[in-house]
Design a protein around this ligand. Structure first.
Ligand code: ZN
Ligand code: MN
Length: 480
């Protein structure tokens, strides 16, 4: 092989390996802030109302540790299969910025509360506890500051550089978000800034670029993709890349330079003198905490697929929406009582995920607003299964069941919802054939599409009280 072919081979894009690490900050949902008893409500509309001398960093004030925040972080660690530090402490990270009233952030440096663990095979290096900063806004020539968010409990998670693509990064972040929601420790809403993701990207272990100001999963994906493209191009053209921090510009759909790494801060970390070190096992019963961890998304998915006749997509929808999953399982249990031998659970799943969810989104409601308890819903499915009502009638009954908070049986009794008897269906089929002789003839002569027309006529005449399948069979018999 000549030198020429070798150098060409080295330049083919397939040999470029992206190395991506993630740094993720999440605001924890607690009643009060991290080191004082101000309300933890960063979205309070009135600026600077949830503040006190402690979180404003007045001299002579002393912080106290929020036990609930520490407990939440330990739960996260236990859920992710990580180690809880036997001994940990807080440190001061010193820098000046107007959103940081104390002139330092209380964080954790060399002894994070949590280390190790993994999500989707991507290793987690550490998760530590710190406090959020205030919100700085620039309005025209003026800058204003709101300290309602200052000192809100913040967890910082750092992964090993195990991520290989934009899709893997998003999958990791989504899974983390879901786990945090299952644990109830954070809503982790990216749009509200409750979860902030900062990926760092390099190619073939070359120059590393950090991305900031990303506020959606799509921006995480697009920002990483953009950087992979930019680095690939630079390697091909021989352009020199620099270590830098870049932001994501949603308008330009591009990353933009923010600052070079040369002016990286030296934070002069030192142990926080106003807080005692922590020995978690002395404060918490870790075994007891472990037992409070609910069934987590992956385990739930596996169990749902094993226990019920669901498709993978249906299981995913339920895993991502715990309220729907609960409703499904309660309805399934009701249905299994009504029809113990082979309950039609796949029918139940289909009606829930298409009709009930469709009805809810159409009315812009939450599942908790639905006035169809699982028992009524299961009853509806049983009636369809027993062919006492048609599928069309079942769909029409859903809004009425909600409005009247009624069991389907009551609606059948009050009229209009009952599958037509065999005799009635047969006579309507005969009538339709008699009134549409030409179309019926077309069907007999092999024009199969004509059948749909006849079925449509019959459904109209029966006002939906017969199923298309029943009608199809009957027409086929009559027009042999
Ligand atoms: Zn305060
Ligand atoms: Mn941080």
């Amino acid at each position: 092989m000549s030198d020429h072919t070798q150098s060409t081979a080295a330049k083919t894009p397939q040999t470029l390996q992206p190395t991506i690490g993630l740094e993720i900050h999440v605001e924890l949902k607690t009643a009060t802030k991290m080191f004082c008893d101000c309300a933890n409500d960063p979205h309070e509309a009135h600026a600077n109302t949830n503040v006190c001398p402690v979180c404003l960093g007045h001299p002579g004030t002393l912080p106290t540790i929020n036990k609930k925040a520490i407990e939440s972080l330990i739960k996260v660690g236990l859920a992710l299969g990580a180690q809880i530090a036997p001994y940990t402490k807080f440190d001061r990270k010193n820098y000046f910025y107007p959103d940081l009233p104390k002139g330092y952030q209380i964080s954790q440096y060399d002894l994070p509360l949590v280390s190790g663990g993994a999500i989707n095979g991507i290793r987690i290096r550490r998760i530590h506890m710190e406090e959020d900063v205030g919100r700085l806004q620039h309005i025209g020539q003026t800058s204003v500051i709101d300290y309602n968010r200052a000192s809100v409990p913040l967890m910082e998670l750092v992964t090993e550089p195990d991520v290989r693509s934009a899709d893997e990064a998003v999958a990791f972040a989504r899974q983390l978000q879901l786990i945090l929601r299952y644990l109830g420790v954070s809503d982790a809403d990216m749009e509200k800034g409750q979860m902030r993701i900062e990926p760092n990207v390099s190619l073939n272990m070359g120059t590393k670029v950090e991305l900031k100001n990303i506020n959606s999963f799509k921006a995480v994906h697009d920002g990483i993709e953009y950087e992979i493209q930019r680095h690939t191009k630079a390697l091909e053209t021989g352009e020199q890349l620099r270590q830098e921090t870049r932001g994501w510009d949603e308008q330009k759909k591009a990353t933009v330079h923010q600052r070079f790494k040369e002016d990286a801060h030296d934070y002069r970390y030192f142990p926080e003198p106003d807080l005692p070190p922590l020995v978690p096992a002395e404060i918490f019963d870790l075994e007891l905490l472990k037992n409070t961890i609910p069934e987590l998304p992956q385990a739930k998915r596996a169990r749902l697929l094993e226990q019920y006749p669901l498709t993978a997509d249906q299981a995913d929808i339920l895993v991502n929406d715990p309220a729907s999953a609960r409703y499904f399982e309660e309805s399934a249990s009701e249905l299994s009582e009504k029809i113990p031998a082979d309950p039609p659970l796949h029918v139940l799943a289909n009606y829930l995920l298409s009709d009930i969810r469709g009805f809810i989104s159409q009315r812009q409601m939450e599942l908790s607003d639905l006035r169809i308890p699982p028992e009524h819903f299961a009853h509806l499915i049983a009636l369809v299964h027993e062919k006492k009502i048609t599928t069309r009638q079942a769909k029409d009954m859903i809004p009425l069941m909600h409005e009247k908070n009624a069991d389907p049986e009551e609606l059948i009794e009050s009229g209009g919802f009952q599958a037509a008897g065999e005799d009635r269906i047969a006579s309507v089929v005969d009538e339709v054939i008699a009134q549409n002789e030409k179309v019926a003839g077309d069907y007999k002569n092999g024009k199969t599409a004509a059948l749909q027309f006849l079925i449509g006529k019959a459904i109209g005449a029966l006002k939906g009280a017969a199923d298309p399948q029943t009608l199809t069979e009957l027409f086929r018999q009559r027009l042999k």
